[in-house]
Design a protein around this ligand. Structure first.
Ligand code: NAD
Length: 442
């Protein structure tokens, strides 16, 4: 099928590439000319495992093209995907300006029937706004072209995006047009071969499903962080508690890891946007507000542990950080807990030496050159440092050379913000250990 994707970010680029991989003719369009130029040179602007070879192969076969020419891209398509950003506005609501800008472009250029598929995460009612925006543009130019708008929220995880896209858990299609449903079913057939993954529903339910999924995951994280903070106070080890509750199939082991709080481009903004929607409709979202408040406090937890150990004035101290990305296998720093920690450490007068396998360049771009930040290698980060803080649970950090850590650090102390170490093993190596909710060692 002929597919156009607006937006070549994490979602647009991965979706476009995977749809090209199964034989569709895909055009990816973006307003960011530099991004498109890089993609045309074969450079991938984001770090996402497995993406680069797929993009290269599909460009070479001619199934995947990149352009800034929106009119040409619309003319190409039977299906037009909207995969642009929906960042939070100041009041927490989702900023729909990019989504509606695409709708206007489609309305101004559409010349034959197409299905407009909204993949961006958008509040309930946005499909209606997209439909109204396109219709207004068509009416303004006297066009009688017909179209459908479908909600098809995306559930890929950064770091696993290609696999998630090729083997989705579920494909939500929210539609009120049989013609559009048939086209989407045909498009997704290659991803739906062995068992039924397509869940059909009305548009509003599809829009809410995406927020409900992210809010549920954020709730699990905040719940576990709450339990961790209780464990710390009562002298229990949350890691044992986690295993104890995860064995109940009604609870399960997924997403109950305590840590330094959730970040990234989705959970924080989606929880806020859902709260906003609830309030707009007269419902006070007490649970969601608590999820957000617990997370905001948890992002400050690592600094609180450092402060408890060294005191509030950290001038003259150097702290080594392993991990900057908001989670492993990505270079994404949006709302990363590392940023809260970095800013608190600087505020307290500390210098930071930091290592991340992928997010170093993004950190340098965000903070620029500064005297109190050195981005370097994993063990180089320890040189002259008073302490080591684990902020992101990259696999490469799980079995470090503790002897080397102890001999390189000025103060033999490790703050494990993701509970990736066994406290005993760290302590036996002669290092003091602080984890999250590990009451026995705090
Ligand atoms: P992103 O910020 O990485 O990329 C968005 C892209 O859209 C940018 O390249 C931007 O230049 C482009 N863009 C903006 N306006 C445009 C326009 N008018 N025409 C063409 N291109 C335009 O965003 P993302 O992380 O890919 O997220 C996109 C949407 O998908 C968001 O609503 C997000 O909430 C949702 N989502 C994201 C993830 C994720 O893990 N990143 C997962 C599921 C859903």
């Amino acid at each position: 099928m002929r597919v156009t994707i607006f937006g070549t970010g994490y979602v647009g680029l991965v979706t476009g590439t995977c749809l090209a991989e199964v034989g569709n003719d895909v055009v990816c369009v973006d307003i960011d000319a530099e991004k498109i130029a890089r993609l045309e040179r074969g450079e991938i602007p984001i770090y996402e495992p497995g993406l680069e070879p797929l993009v290269r192969a599909n460009r070479a076969s001619g199934h995947l093209r990149f352009t800034t020419d929106a009119a040409e891209a619309v003319a190409h398509a039977q299906l037009i995907f909207i995969a642009v950003g929906t960042p939070p506005d100041e009041d927490g609501s989702a900023d729909l300006s990019h989504v509606l800008a695409v709708a206007r472009t489609v309305g101004r250029t559409l010349n034959r029937y197409a299905v407009v598929v909204n993949k961006s995460t958008v509040p309930v009612g946005t499909a209606d706004s997209v439909r109204a925006t396109i219709t207004a543009e068509l009416v303004a130019r006297g066009s009688e072209v017909t179209f459908d708008v479908v909600s098809n929220p995306e559930f890929l995880k950064e770091g696993d995006a290609v696999q998630d896209c090729l083997r989705p858990d579920r494909i939500i299609i929210g539609a009120d047009s049989a013609r559009a449903v048939e086209m989407l079913k045909a498009l997704y057939a290659p991803f739906n071969r062995n068992h039924e993954r397509i869940v059909l529903m009305d548009v509003r339910s599809a829009e809410l499903t995406k927020y409900a999924a992210n809010a549920m995951l954020a709730t699990k994280i905040s719940f576990m962080n709450e339990i961790a903070n209780i464990a710390e106070q009562v002298g229990a080890d949350v890691e044992l508690v986690r295993r104890g509750i995860g064995s109940d199939p009604r609870i399960g082991y997924h997403f109950i890891y305590p840590g330094a709080g959730y970040g990234g481009s989705c959970f924080p903004k989606d929880v806020k946007a859902l709260e906003y929607t609830a309030r707009q409709h007269g419902h006070e979202p007490r649970l969601l507000a608590a999820v957000e408040a617990v997370n905001a406090a948890q992002k400050r937890k690592l600094f609180a542990l450092v402060e408890r150990h060294f005191g509030a004035d950290l001038s003259g101290r150097t702290i080594a950080l392993w991990g900057l990305a908001f989670k492993p296998n990505t270079d994404d720093m949006r709302e990363a807990p590392s940023r809260t920690l970095l800013e608190q450490l600087w505020q307290a007068g500390a210098k930071v030496r930091a290592y991340d396998p992928e997010a170093g360049a993004e950190t340098a771009r965000l903070y620029g050159e500064r005297d109190d930040l050195v981005l370097c290698g994993q063990y180089a980060a320890l040189e002259g440092a008073d302490a080591l803080v684990i902020v992101t649970e990259w696999k490469a950090f799980r079995s470090p050379d503790f002897e080397r850590i102890r001999s390189q650090l000025k103060q033999p102390v490790v703050f494990d913000g993701r509970n990736i170490f066994e406290p005993k093993a760290v302590e036996e190596a002669g290092l003091a250990y602080y984890g999250i909710g590990r009451g026995r060692s705090v």
